[in-house]
Design a binder for this molecule. Structure first.
Ligand SMILES: [Mg+2]
Length: 238
């Protein structure tokens, strides 16, 4: 079995800035911040890390109570922000997910800095909610490498407990894992868990920036996923 872990923003979908809009509206309503500082980067980072940095920049104490206040306000506003911004599912995503399902790969999951309920809102809005059975989410940690480790552990647990033969004579172990993402942070967290890193410049970084991070595979987008599928076959001994 092989685990394939997808980043969400800039990899599966472009929300047209809906996430940032919901961040801005929440900071305005909950903390009186009129305009968000442009100095805090969003791409490839966890919701918790972004919110914490924004609180520090705007003089809001980033303690747990304020995080929970932000979290509740953000989840309340995100569905409406997704409606108001024009986003899309990125090229090749649906076809790739169909191909993975047809090839019998059950361990297709998420590796995202989004908090779990925020990820659910985004995937539901774009009709992708039933495509992923597990994942690592931004609730787990500020650190993307820790989120990746959580996603990999969940894939390993599923391989052993859900997908091993009922006889238990043969325990399914992972033959490998792949992380697909749009930023250098996705490449580095793939490295942190020993996964094959696929990078696509469809979101937070240019092709040149991604190339500098030396992913195992750099594609223009996911519309020709043959090299990616070939790597999965190779890792599984096919
Ligand atoms: Mg991303």
């Amino acid at each position: 079995m092989y685990a394939i872990l997808f980043d969400i923003d800039g990899t599966l979908v472009s929300t047209g800035g809906a996430g940032q809009l919901a961040f801005a509206e929440t900071f305005a309503a909950e903390f009186g911040v009129e305009e968000l500082s442009g100095k805090v980067p969003f791409a490839g980072r966890s919701d918790r890390a972004i919110a914490g940095d924004l609180m520090r920049v705007h003089g809001v104490d980033p303690h747990e109570e304020n995080w929970q206040r932000f979290r509740a306000g953000y989840l309340q506003r995100l569905p409406s922000a997704l409606q108001r911004k024009t986003g899309r599912v990125l090229p090749g995503v649906i076809e790739l997910l169909d191909q993975l399902a047809a090839a019998g790969h059950p361990l297709v999951g998420l590796l995202t800095g989004n908090i779990r309920e925020g990820a659910d809102h985004k995937l539901q809005h774009y009709g992708l909610a039933d495509r992923f059975d597990f994942g690592g989410f931004g609730d787990v940690s500020h650190e993307r490498s820790e989120i990746a480790a959580a996603a990999l552990a969940e894939a390993q647990r599923l391989a052993r407990e859900e997908y091993s033969p009922a006889s238990r004579l043969e325990i399914c172990e992972l033959a490998g894992a792949m992380v697909i993402g749009d930023t250098i942070h996705d490449v580095s967290c793939a490295r942190a868990i020993g996964a094959f890193a696929v990078a696509v410049p469809t979101g937070g970084a240019t092709r040149e920036e991604l190339a500098a991070a030396q992913p195992d595979l750099l594609l223009d987008d996911l519309s020709d996923a043959r090299p990616l599928l070939a790597e999965i076959e190779r890792a599984m001994g096919g």
